[in-house]
Design a protein around this ligand. Structure first.
Ligand SMILES: *Cc1c(COP(=O)(O)O)cnc(C)c1O
Length: 394
């Protein structure tokens, strides 16, 4: 079965991704099953997406009901799920207005258009955006220009101009890079794809202060950290700052494709005609996202992420004390990295597949854990036991 499906991929699919040799056919909660019937604990959660686990009843019901009622209308008209989701996000954040798109990259593109327009109107045509090395902001031409990792960019020059990269967690570098051309600073509260890089506790506060002094927008790319991942509904709440603009995607839809950018009233520079999307805020996806988001808020799933994040960190620290090949455990909430002294992450991951736990290799020496936010302590313990098996089998 598995080899048959994989041969179809080899024959027909653009070969842009290296996949694990597993064909997933079903999911429930923290578990998924492959085409051979093998069960796995899913600590990747659809790439930090399925915050309520796979096929959560609240989402399944919302999708089934909306699919049978109204799926797509275009934004020429109002639809109710879109407005309910907008209200839930705005009333539970420090932001005032939202725009819905379909992915993280699109959310970031929208925020960057907003920054350009803001610079035109308010900063004498300033258009540059300062971002960080090792950041990740998406795979479109402009978002790879914003992304501070040359290997995403090299094959696609020339890139959209206007992006300046500085070291992450270095406020002085942002100060030094600021010119009259700067319109905004865009950062992730924690760098996810860059390797789970956690800044100093006061980093974002000091960046906020600089942006206020200079009249720059502070954009936080919360595509990965938003919707509870770090232990608060939004990552910025963990750091005691209020951004001007944030982007969301991944966990927002709980598994359906949706992205959003949200901004404070004072900097919502976009006007009628400036931006749009055929599918953006589609009735089906917003009904699903609303069900997921409202469930997270009503049941303090973010709080569970904080408690279970501490549990997973402690379990991995205990594993580190038993297994000398581990060099570091770091993370916040349920975004956690396990780093090895050597580049063994690919081998551990292969063994982890066999022992029944799905992980993500974020660097050659680092595995990333980003399980569903409603995971239980028992599932974490079972998952870590399977990781230990994988390490023992090296
Ligand atoms: C994943 C990610 C993106 C891109 O999202 P896509 O939905 O893959 O386009 C952008 N920014 C951050 C911080 C991300 O983690």
């Amino acid at each position: 079965m598995t080899t048959q499906w994989i041969s179809l991929e080899e024959k027909y699919y653009a070969q842009t991704v290296r996949r694990q040799p597993i064909v997933l056919v079903r999911g429930e909660g923290t578990r998924v099953w492959d085409a051979e019937g093998k069960e796995y604990l899913d600590f990747t959660a659809g790439w930090a997406v399925t915050n309520l686990g796979h096929c959560h009843p609240a989402m399944v019901q919302a999708i089934q009901e909306q699919a049978a009622t109204l799926i797509q209308t275009s934004n020429q008209f109002f639809t109710i799920p879109q407005l309910k989701l907008a209200q839930a996000l705005i009333e539970n954040s420090c932001l005032d207005r939202v725009f819905f798109g379909n992915s993280g990259a699109e959310a970031v593109e929208g925020a960057l258009k907003l920054a350009r327009k803001y610079g035109k109107k308010n900063r004498d045509g300033a258009y540059e955006v300062i971002t960080a090395f090792n950041s990740f902001h998406g795979r479109t031409l402009t978002t790879i220009a914003a992304t501070g990792q040359p290997h995403y960019q090299e094959a696609f020059q020339p890139l959209t101009p206007g992006y300046v990269h500085v070291d992450y967690d270095d406020v002085e570098a942002i100060m030094a890079a600021t010119t009259e051309k700067t319109a905004a600073v865009m950062l992730e509260p924690i760098q996810g794809e860059g390797g789970v890089n956690i800044p100093a506790d006061d980093y974002l506060q000091r960046v906020r202060k600089w942006c206020d002094e200079q009249g720059l927008l502070l954009i936080l790319d919360e595509v990965q950290t938003g919707l509870g991942r770090l232990g608060s509904l939004f990552g910025y709440q963990e750091y005691g700052v209020e951004p001007d603009v944030i982007t969301l995607a991944k966990g927002l839809g709980g598994g359906v494709p949706i992205g959003a950018f949200m901004s404070k009233e004072h900097c919502m520079a976009l006007e009628p005609g400036d931006h749009g999307s055929t599918y953006g805020g589609n009735a089906l996806t917003t009904a699903a996202a609303y069900a997921s988001t409202q469930f997270i808020i009503d049941n303090d799933v973010s709080g569970n992420a904080r408690v279970m994040g501490a549990h997973l960190t402690a379990a991995l620290e205990a594993l580190k004390s038993r297994r000398g090949i581990i060099s570091e455990v770091r993370g916040r909430g349920l975004l956690i990295a396990l780093e090895f002294h050597d580049d063994v992450a690919a081998d551990v991951l292969t063994n982890a597949n066999a022992s029944g736990v799905l992980l993500n290799m974020v660097k050659p020496n680092t595995l990333r854990f980003m399980p569903p936010l409603n995971i239980t302590a028992e599932e974490i313990d079972e998952g870590v036991a399977r990781v230990e098996q994988a390490i023992n089998a090296l």
